[in-house]
Design a protein around this ligand. Structure first.
Ligand SMILES: *[C@@H]1O[C@H](CO)[C@@H](O)[C@H](O)[C@H]1NC(C)=O
Ligand SMILES: *[C@@H]1O[C@H](CO)[C@@H](O)[C@H](O)[C@H]1NC(C)=O
Ligand SMILES: *[C@@H]1O[C@H](CO)[C@@H](O)[C@H](O)[C@H]1NC(C)=O
Ligand SMILES: *[C@@H]1O[C@H](CO)[C@@H](O)[C@H](O)[C@H]1NC(C)=O
Ligand SMILES: *[C@@H]1O[C@H](CO)[C@@H](O)[C@H](O)[C@H]1NC(C)=O
Ligand SMILES: *[C@@H]1O[C@H](CO)[C@@H](O)[C@H](O)[C@H]1NC(C)=O
Length: 452
């Protein structure tokens, strides 16, 4: 008897249309499906107009409980579109957003004020696929639906120097508060994948981000001049840094003056043979402060946490705390670079020296490492307060002869093998990691429902 009721029950819910529960910072009172606005999921028809019409309509509910737009199973070709406030975009698990390869589908924007120029091409940038500016309470989620950037044509244009503007990113929010990006698979982005910029209270979780390891600048997640950001339970395979923490470029970033701070990264995995699991920089001219990274795994990755900076950047990278990393098959376990170069133009100030201090690494196991540490500060501007404790590094069959190469740095070490350089003398200490919680760690999620 009971089993018959169970079968009937599941049949009824199937007939009523699949209802999926998901976790979000806010649920929405109103709900609609992309097909209500003329969407066609055949992989060929452009849905840019359908998305614009849907969001224009649903944005009217911002003050009345908000709205969600559900993207049902199908292959939905689209150009760039903008989200609105108190809004959720939900991708069904069998929904694939296909980014258009037609440049006419991508509006042109001026460069970001904190960068001064576009990164690929100075003239400006293409809008990101999913974009929003000055929003409050916006969610992009799904049950692991896919966003396919179809980046190959953009990578070719980049290599052949045929770009007129900087390549688009997949998801970008500017000047927004309360942002959630979760439970999605992002593949083959034209360039960076996820780029919260000038934002606060950003929650990024359960993302799978995949791109060929030789694709250009396919950074995974780049928090940029943003505060109170939490990135967790995500996996990135890419051709560039898995996470790159940024805050603007040389004189433009110094003038804009907006740091990335209060950033939590945890339970994060990375594969990136030519880049870092977590890079701090290279654009850090608004400052980077209070980063807490823990339970990080990197396989076949060039370096673990890398600081990249240069004369002309100004600002600071300080109060960086890292614990519990597992690193396997790495060129460098530790890497800091004070001579990164890469300037937007010749207008940078050679007297603008970055201040790098208070960098703490502990409880790390690294295997099959070529070079334990290359720690290169800046002449007359040493990187200070470096602390490294409880670290076991085992070396590859052909390790570098000089395992710890330290120039213009100061700090201490404790229980580290192989033995660090003289600039990091042994002290009986444990490196610090903050005990307090950041507000973004206490965000409560609600259980919402998406039915299509
Ligand atoms: C998105 O918003 C920006 C800034 O308001 C605007 O310039 C752009 O044209 C909009 N993009 C689309 C695709 O509507
Ligand atoms: C989001 O991902 C997490 C981890 O895999 C999972 O527990 C949760 O059910 C997912 N949510 C949805 C709506 O698929
Ligand atoms: C989401 O999809 C990706 C790509 O198919 C897969 O690797 C990953 O395991 C999936 N994640 C979940 C939680 O199902
Ligand atoms: C160790 O690292 C080397 C590169 O230095 C790589 O070729 C080799 O496959 C790695 N070995 C293992 C067991 O992962
Ligand atoms: C490093 O090795 C020592 C000695 O075997 C051990 O006590 C310590 O726990 C190891 N550290 C880590 C981070 O595994
Ligand atoms: C040590 O690092 C400095 C600065 O990065 C570099 O110029 C030098 O070649 C390195 N030395 C060795 C032996 O690797």
């Amino acid at each position: 008897m009971i089993s018959i009721f169970l079968i009937l029950g599941s049949l009824v819910s199937t007939l009523a249309g699949a209802s999926t529960e998901y976790q979000a910072i806010n649920c929405r009172k109103h709900s609609a499906v992309l097909t209500d606005f003329g969407g066609v999921g055949d992989g060929k028809t452009s849905n840019t107009k359908a998305f614009k019409a849907a969001i224009a309509e649903l944005s009217q509910y911002a003050a009345d409980g908000g709205a969600q737009l559900i993207v049902p199973p199908g292959r939905w070709l689209t150009g760039s579109f903008n989200l609105s406030s108190h809004f959720t975009l939900f991708l069904h698990k069998d929904a694939v957003l296909l980014a258009s390869q037609d440049e006419a589908e991508w509006p042109a924007f001026p460069p970001l004020p904190s960068y001064g120029v576009g990164r690929d091409e100075h003239a400006g940038r293409f809008s990101s696929l999913i974009f929003g500016t000055h929003l409050t309470d916006v969610v992009v989620t799904g049950n692991n639906g896919t966003i396919d950037g179809q980046g190959a044509v953009w990578w070719d244009k980049f290599h052949q120097k045929k770009l007129k503007l900087t390549r688009p990113y997949l998801i970008e929010f500017l000047y927004s508060d309360q942002v959630q990006i979760s439970n999605l698979t992002l593949i083959n982005s034209p360039s960076w994948n996820v780029h919260p910029t000038y934002c606060s209270n950003v929650l990024i979780q359960w993302l799978t981000i995949l791109a060929p390891v030789d694709s250009p600048n396919t950074d995974g997640i780049n928090p940029d001049s943003s505060s109170n950001v939490r990135i967790e339970d995500s996996f990135v395979v890419s051709g560039d840094d898995c996470i790159a923490v940024k805050s603007g470029w040389d004189e433009y970033g110094i003038k804009f003056g907006r740091p990335t701070q209060h950033l939590v990264i945890r339970r994060f995995s990375c594969i990136s043979p030519d880049s870092a699991a977590i890079a701090l920089g290279s654009e850090m001219s608004g400052g980077i402060q209070d980063v807490r990274a823990e339970d990080i795994t990197a396989l076949s990755t060039q370096s673990g946490v890398r600081i990249k900076t240069a004369v002309g950047r100004g600002a600071y990278v300080k109060d960086i705390f890292v614990r519990r990393m597992i690193l396997k098959t790495m060129k460098y376990a530790f890497w800091m670079t004070g001579s990164y170069g890469s300037h937007p133009d010749t207008g940078y100030d050679p007297k603008a020296l970055p201040e790098i201090k208070g960098i703490s690494y502990k409880d790390i196991v690294a295997e099959n490492v070529t070079y334990s540490a290359r720690l290169e500060g800046i002449e007359n501007d040493p990187f200070t307060g470096i602390c490294i404790s409880n670290v076991n590094i085992s070396l590859t069959q052909k390790p570098k002869e000089l395992q710890w190469n330290c120039t213009d740095i100061q700090g201490v070490s404790s229980k580290v093998t192989p033995q660090p350089c003289a600039a990091l003398p042994e002290k009986s200490i444990e490196c610090p990691f903050p005990e307090d919680r950041l507000p973004i760690e206490d965000v409560k999620l609600q259980t919402c429902s998406a039915s299509s």
